[in-house]
Design a protein around this ligand. Sequence first.
Ligand SMILES: NC(=O)c1ccc[n+]([C@@H]2O[C@H](COP(=O)([O-])OP(=O)(O)OC[C@H]3O[C@@H](n4cnc5c(N)ncnc54)[C@H](O)[C@@H]3O)[C@@H](O)[C@H]2O)c1
Length: 250
Amino acid sequence: MIPLANPFDLSGKTVLVSGAAGSLGSATARACAGLGARLILTDIRRPDDLAEELHAAGTKAQAHQLDTTDRDAVEACIASLGPLDAYAECSGIYSKGDWRDGGDWDALYQRIMEVNVRGPINMMRAVMRGMIDRGGGKIAIVASQAGRNAGTTLDVEPAYVASKGAIQSLVRYFARQGAAHGVTVNAVAPGPILTPMLRASGQPFDLSKLPTGRMGEPEEVGGPMAFLCTAAAGYVTGAVLDINGGLHFS
Ligand SMILES: NC(=O)c1ccc[n+]([C@@H]2O[C@H](COP(=O)([O-])OP(=O)(O)OC[C@H]3O[C@@H](n4cnc5c(N)ncnc54)[C@H](O)[C@@H]3O)[C@@H](O)[C@H]2O)c1
C-alpha cells in the first residue's frame, strides 16, 4: 500500500521565523522543527541560543540579527537566504502609556506602529516577492485578540490595539495579493498567553474570569502558527485564527 502523504509534514521545507528570540517566535520555531522544517531564525536580538538548541535536537537552524524596521537590512537579509517555503512573523512590542496625557505618547505611538506594522510590511515585501516568483509560499503572522476586541482588560494601550487591528487588515490585503500565485497569508489572534511580555504589561488578569481558568501557553500559539505553514492549510488564506480559550468569539 502506498503511504498517504502527511500534509502537516514540513520535511525539506525552509521556514523563516522573525521574532525568534521571543516567546511565541521560539515556540513557533520549535513547532516547525518538530514537523521537520529547516529553520532560519531572525530577531533584533540574534537568536543564537534557540539555533543551538534546535541544532542539538537535530534540526538545521541558522540565526541572524535583523531589525524588521530597517528596510534596507531586511531586503539584503532576505535576498541572501535563498528560497523560503514559509515565513512566520512573531516579532512585536507591547506599549504602556497614557494616550490622554500627551507627553511622550506620540513617540510611543510611532514606535509601536513602526515595529508592529511597518516592520512586518518590510518583511512581507521582501519575502512575498520570492514566493510569488516561485509560485507558492505560506505566511503566518502573530496579530492579537486586542485587534479584535480592544483587549481583555481596560488597561490595554490604544497604539497597541491599533497596530494589531492594522495587521488583521494587512493579512487580508496580502492574502488577496498572493492568492493567484499560490501564496497564503494568515494570522493568529492570541488572547492572554503566559509570557514575559504579558507579565510586563502589568494588566490585572483575573483567571477566574477566563473560560478555561488559565492563560494560554506559548506552545498553544506555536502549534497553530506551524499549521498555517503546512500544506494542510493550503486553502486557508486571509484568515485570522482566534487562540483565546473561548474568551472572545469573532
Ligand atoms: N504574549 C501575549 O500574551 C501575546 C498575546 C497576543 C499577541 N502577542 C503578540 O505576539 C508577538 C510576540 O509576543 P511575545 O510574547 O513572544 O513577545 P516577546 O517580547 O517574547 O517576543 C517579541 C520578539 O520581537 C523582537 N523584536 C522586537 N522588535 C523587533 C524588531 N524591530 N525587529 C526584529 N525583532 C524585534 C524582540 O526582540 C522579541 O524577541 C507580539 O507581536 C505580540 O504583540 C502576544
